[in-house]
Design a protein around this ligand. Sequence first.
Ligand code: ZN
Length: 175
Amino acid sequence: MMGEIRSVIELGDGRLRSQAQPVHPVDDPQLQRVIDDLLTTGAAKNGVGIAAPQVALGLQLFIVASRPNPRYPQAPTMEPTAMINPHILSHSDDLVRGWEGCLSVPGRRGLVPRYREIEVAYQDRYGQVHRHYLQDFVARIFQHEYDHLQGMVFLDRIHDPRDILTEAEYQQRFG
Ligand code: ZN
């Protein structure tokens, strides 16, 4: 993976609020470069996920890359995965609240309700279709990134503004 770090757009940029478009074909060299750049950008900025709209590309594409890092020390480890044209096929009834941050919302953390388990489908970077269940933190990342493709950010899911903290306050309490 020899991607370049792209600049991440932030809350207030209208491109974060746009509906992303389906991607095809997947084997396009430019798309493969975007995937490499997203992988590199997410890793460089200690993200556990990053979506194409965050680098101002209106494509239905994101990376899920759970791993422990300074921003998420408790995260489980998985192979960073590009998910293209993703869908949520079904979800559990139960919602769990957990802390989230976002590279496009620097300096803030929020307590966000998400489905504990989801059934998802997506294409990988080779065009292969995958369909499986995700639970807990990885399901949370998927739902967070999926929201980006609909022009949503995690703050939109928070019912009580008192569930939003500064990063410094979050680190003091939970870091
Ligand atoms: Zn985000």
